[in-house]
Design a protein. Structure first.
Ligand SMILES: Nc1ncnc2c1ncn2[C@@H]1O[C@H](COP(=O)(O)OP(=O)(O)O)[C@@H](O)[C@H]1O
Ligand SMILES: CC(=O)N[C@@H](CCC(=O)OP(=O)(O)O)C(=O)O
Length: 286
C-alpha cells in the first residue's frame, strides 16, 4: 500500500471517544451474541473486530454466545424436529448432545479462532469447565433444560486479569455430571450480574423490542422492567424474545446499569452502541 492509498484517521472522532473510553475503562462489557445475529461471515468479522477493539481500548469484553438456529439445522440433519416452549428448546438426550456439539464444539471454537487471529488471547469455556455454570433441571417437561444455580465468577475474573476474552457456551452441569442446555439469554443475565458488569448488550436479529403503532412496527426505545409481563400477556412479546427480556429484567433488578437489545445485523452495531449516547435499540431499565 502506498502512502497516498492509506486512509487517514479522523482525530476529532477519536477525541469524541474519550468520555466513553473513560466510562468503560477496565469495565466488564457482557456481550450476548445470539445465533440469529450470526448472519454471515462479514458481519461475524465485524462483531469480532468491535470486541477486539474494545479489548485493545482497555475494556473487558466477555462473550456469551447462542446458536439456536445452528442447533435446529443440525437436529434437522438427523431427522429431529425442534419444539420450543416459551422460547426454550425441549431437550431430550440426543438434543442435548447435539446442542453441546454445536455450541461448545463449533461456535465457541470459531469465535475463539477469530479473536485470536487479531493477537488477543481468547478461551472457549462451556459451563461445565471449571464449574463455570452449575445448573439443575428447570422443568421435567422440558427435559435437559437447565436452570442456573451458580456461576463461577472467580474463574472468569481470573481469565480477565490475564487478558483473555472468555467465550462462554450456555451449557450447565450438575454435581452428578449431568449436562443441561441453557438458554443463552438467561445465562447472559446471570453472568452479567455475577461479574457486576455495568453493561450488558444483547445482539439479536431485530432492531429491538418491537410494538405495532398503526400500520407500522416500531422499536420500543425504553422499557421498564414492570412493563415486561404485560407485554408478554398481551402477546406483544413472544417466542425467543420472552427469555431475552426476562433475562434483561433480572439483570437490571440486580445491579447491571445498562441493558441493551440491539440489531446485530447492522454493521459495527456494538461500537456504535458503546461510543454514542444515541441508542437505536431497546434499553431495559428499572
Ligand atoms: N415484540 C417483539 N419484538 C421483537 N422481536 C420479537 C418480539 N416478539 C417476538 N420476537 C421474536 O424474537 C426474536 C428474537 O429472539 P431469538 O430468535 O431468540 O433471538 P436470538 O437468537 O438473538 O437470541 C425476533 O427475531 C422475533 O422474531
Ligand atoms: C434451552 C434453550 O433453548 N437453549 C438454547 C441454547 C442456544 C441459544 O440460546 O441460542 P440463541 O441465543 O441463538 O437463541 C437452544 O437450544 O436453542
Amino acid at each position: 500500500m502506498s502512502r497516498t492509498d492509506q486512509k487517514k484517521v479522523n482525530p476529532e472522532m477519536l477525541v469524541e471517544m474519550i468520555p466513553f473510553l473513560r466510562r468503560y475503562h477496565k469495565k466488564v462489557i457482557l456481550i450476548k451474541y445470539g445465533g440469529n445475529a450470526m448472519v454471515n461471515d462479514e458481519l461475524k468479522k465485524q462483531v469480532i473486530e468491535d470486541i477486539v477493539l474494545m479489548k485493545y481500548m482497555g475494556m473487558y469484553p466477555v462473550i456469551i454466545h447462542g446458536g439456536g438456529p445452528e442447533i435446529t439445522s443440525m437436529l434437522e440433519l438427523i431427522g429431529k424436529k425442534s419444539t420450543f416452549v416459551e422460547g426454550l428448546r425441549v431437550t431430550d438426550k440426543e438434543t442435548m448432545i447435539v446442542s453441546e456439539m454445536v455450541l461448545s464444539g463449533k461456535i465457541a471454537k470459531d469465535l475463539v479462532a477469530r479473536i485470536s487471529s487479531y493477537g488477543i488471547k481468547s478461551i472457549g469455556l462451556s459451563g461445565q469447565d471449571g464449574g463455570l455454570i452449575v445448573a439443575g433441571q428447570k422443568n421435567p417437561e422440558l427435559g435437559y433444560v437447565g436452570e442456573i444455580k451458580t456461576i463461577n465468577s472467580e474463574l472468569i475474573n481470573k481469565l480477565l486479569s490475564e487478558d483473555f476474552i472468555p467465550v462462554i457456551s450456555s451449557i450447565g452441569c450438575d454435581e452428578d455430571g449431568n449436562r443441561y442446555n441453557i438458554n443463552a439469554d438467561e445465562a447472559a443475565g446471570k453472568i452479567a450480574i455475577e461479574l457486576k458488569a455495568p453493561v450488558q448488550i444483547m445482539l439479536t436479529n431485530i432492531e429491538g423490542v418491537m410494538k405495532s403503532q398503526g400500520d407500522e412496527m416500531k422499536v420500543i426505545p425504553r422499557m421498564n422492567v414492570n412493563e415486561i409481563d404485560d407485554y408478554i400477556e398481551e402477546g406483544i412479546i413472544t417466542g425467543g424474545m420472552i427469555p431475552k427480556v426476562k433475562g434483561c429484567a433480572e439483570s437490571v433488578k440486580n445491579g447491571v446499569e445498562r441493558v441493551y437489545i440491539i440489531d446485530g445485523r447492522k454493521s459495527h452495531s456494538l461500537l456504535s452502541e458503546i461510543f454514542s449516547d444515541l441508542h437505536e435499540g431497546t434499553i431495559i431499565y428499572q
